[in-house]
Design a protein around this ligand. Structure first.
Ligand SMILES: Nc1ncnc2c1ncn2[C@@H]1O[C@H](COP(=O)(O)OP(=O)(O)OP(=O)(O)O)[C@@H](O)[C@H]1O
Ligand SMILES: [Mg+2]
Length: 450
C-alpha cells in the first residue's frame, strides 16, 4: 500500500526517526554507564571516576573538550578548576582553557557556577553570552561554543562539576539531557562509595592505632619495672667499682668483671627501650623486610615477661633456628603476639599453675607461631564471635574487643592469617606468616635488604 507523501507517511517517518534517535541516545547512555561502572569498580581513587567520565563522554558523545572543577573547602563554596582535562580536538579552545583555569566560580557564576547553585545539568549554546560569565569577553572572539555543566553531588551537596564544550551547535535536547542526568547520578554514587571506602579505611586506621596504644599502655607498666632492674644493677656496680678503686684494688681481672657486669646491664636497658620504641611506632607504611623469627619472638618476650612474672604466669619459649626468617613488618607481628599473650594473661591470671607457651613450626612457604595457654579453650559461643571487632567478654574499661580482629587483619596484610584452634587441649591461637611476600613491591624490598 502506498500512502501520499505530505500526509500520514511523513508523520510516521518523523516519529520513526525520533524514536530511532532516542534509542540511539539511550544506547549511548547505557554504554557509557556500563563502561563507567566496569572501569570505576577497579579504581580506588575518586579522581579516577572523574577522569573516566571525561574519557568516556568524549569518546561516545559529540563533545570536543571536557574538564573537571571541584568544590574547594571554605566558608563559601566555590568551584576550582583541576588539572583534569580531556580533548578530542584541542584546536580552537585556547581562550576557553586559559580563561577557565585562571579563576574560580562562585554559585550562580558562569555555567559551572549555575550547575553548582541548581544541582542540575545546565546548558548553553553560546558560552560567551551566559549571564555572569567571567570568560565571556575572550570567548566572543571565537565562534560560539556550546557547553554543558554536569553537577556531581554527594549526600545532596555538589562536590564537583564536569564541563564539556564543543564548537558544534549542541542544543539542550531532552534525550542528551537525560543521558547526562543518568551519568551524573551514576558518578555521584561512585564518588559517594569511594568516599565511604576512604572513610572506612581511615576509621580502621584510627581504631588500629587506638588498639596499638592500649597494648603499649599495658606493656609499659611492666617495662618500667624491667628497666629499673638493670638501672639498680648499674648503680650498685658503679658503687662497688668506686669503692674498689678507692680501696686500692689494682687487680685487672676483678675490675674487668665489674665493668662487664656494667656493660651487660646497660645493654639490657638499651634493648628494652629499643624494643619499646619499635613496637610503639606506627608501622603501617613500613616496607616488608627480612627479619629473623627468633628476633621477633625475643622482642615480644622482652616486652611482656615482666608483666607475666608479676602475675606469676610462667612463659615458655622454644629455641628457634637462627636461619628462620620472614619478610614482614616485625613490629606488627610483635604486636599480634603481644595481643595474643595479653589475652592469655587475662584469661588465666590468678589460676593455679598458669602458663603460656609459644611454639614455632616451619612449613614449606610459611611459619606458624602458636600462643598456647593453660586455659581449656574458649566457649563455642564466644569463639564464634571473638574475631569480630568490638566483641569482648571483659568488663567495661578493660577490653575494647579489637585485639583479635586487628591482629587477624595485620596477619592478613602480610598474606598470612590468624586462627583459633578448635578442639585443642589448651587454648591455642595460631598466627601464620609467609616466608616471602609475593608481588613486585616486596621483591624490590627484598632486593633493598639483600
Ligand atoms: N586466650 C584466650 N582465652 C580465653 N578467651 C579468650 C582468649 N583470647 C580471646 N578470648 C576471648 O575473645 C574475646 C575477644 O578478644 P579480643 O582480643 O578481640 O578483645 P579483648 O581482649 O576483649 O579486648 P582488647 O584486646 O581490645 O583489649 C575476649 O574478650 C575473650 O572473651
Ligand atoms: Mg585482647
Amino acid at each position: 500500500m502506498k500512502l501520499n507523501r505530505g500526509g500520514g507517511v511523513d508523520l510516521v517517518q518523523e516519529q520513526l526517526e525520533a524514536t530511532q534517535a532516542q534509542l540511539e541516545w539511550e544506547r549511548r547512555g547505557t554504554d557509557l554507564n556500563g563502561e563507567l561502572l566496569r572501569s570505576a569498580a577497579d579504581s580506588s581513587e575518586e579522581d579516577t571516576v572523574y577522569d573516566l567520565i571525561l574519557r568516556l563522554a568524549l569518546s561516545e558523545l559529540p563533545w570536543e573538550v571536557g574538564h573537571v572543577l571541584k568544590v574547594a573547602d571554605g566558608e563559601r563554596p566555590a568551584l576550582c578548576p583541576t588539572s583534569a582535562w580531556g580533548a578530542t580536538s584541542a584546536a580552537g579552545f585556547q581562550a576557553f582553557h586559559e580563561e577557565t583555569i585562571r579563576g574560580t566560580f562562585a554559585p550562580g557564576q558562569d555555567l559551572p557556577g549555575r550547575a553548582l547553585a541548581t544541582g542540575k545539568v545546565e546548558w548553553s549554546t553560546d558560552l560567551a553570552t551566559v549571564s555572569g560569565s567571567q570568560r565571556g569577553d575572550s570567548l566572543k572572539m571565537i565562534p560560539p561554543l556550546s557547553a554543558i555543566a554536569i553537577p556531581i553531588a554527594v549526600e545532596g551537596k555538589v562536590v564537583a562539576v564536569l564541563e564539556f564544550c564543543s564548537r558544534a551547535l549542541l542544543g539542550a535536547t531532552g534525550d542528551l539531557n537525560r543521558v547526562f542526568e543518568v551519568v551524573a547520578l551514576q558518578a555521584s554514587m561512585l564518588v559517594s562509595s569511594k568516599r565511604a571506602c576512604l572513610r572506612e579505611e581511615q576509621h580502621r586506621g584510627i581504631l588500629a592505632s587506638a588498639a596499638r596504644l592500649v597494648t603499649i599502655g599495658e606493656i609499659t607498666a611492666g617495662v618500667g619495672h624491667e628497666i629499673k632492674n638493670p638501672l639498680s644493677s648499674i648503680a650498685l656496680t658503679t658503687e662497688v667499682l668506686k669503692r674498689m678503686v678507692q680501696g686500692g684494688v689494682r687487680d685487672t681481672g676483678t675490675l674487668l668483671e665489674q665493668i662487664e657486669r656494667l656493660e651487660s646491664s646497660i645493654a639490657r636497658a638499651n634493648r628494652i627501650v629499643t624494643d619499646l620504641q619499635s613496637i610503639s611506632r606506627d608501622a603501617s607504611n613500613d616496607p616488608f623486610a627480612p627479619e629473623k623469627v627468633s628476633d621477633i619472638i625475643a622482642e615480644t618476650v622482652g616486652l611482656c615477661s615482666a608483666r607475666l612474672r608479676r602475675s606469676r604466669i610462667e612463659l615458655l619459649v622454644p629455641a628457634i633456628p637462627s636461619e628462620w626468617s620472614t619478610e614482614c613488618r616485625s613490629s606488627q607481628v610483635s604486636q599480634v603476639l603481644l595481643n595474643l599473650i595479653s589475652n592469655s594473661h587475662d584469661a588465666i591470671e590468678g589460676s593455679q599453675g598458669a602458663w603460656i607457651r609459644m611454639e614455632v613450626s616451619e612449613g614449606e612457604d610459611a611459619y606458624e607461631i602458636s600462643v598456647i595457654d593453660s586455659g581449656h579453650g574458649v566457649a563455642p559461643e564466644v569463639a564464634a564471635k571473638m574475631m569480630t571487632g568490638f566483641f569482648t567478654t571483659k568488663p567495661p574499661g578493660k577490653g575494647t574487643g579489637l585485639g583479635l580482629s586487628i591482629s587477624r587483619e595485620l596477619m592478613r596484610s602480610h598474606g598470612g592469617d590468624l586462627r583459633y584452634e578448635t578442639g585443642a587441649r589448651n587454648t591455642t591461637f595460631v598466627a601464620r606468616i609467609p616466608k616471602r611476600q609475593g608481588g613486585v613491591r616486596s621483591a624490590s624490598n627484598a632486593a633493598e635488604h639483600a
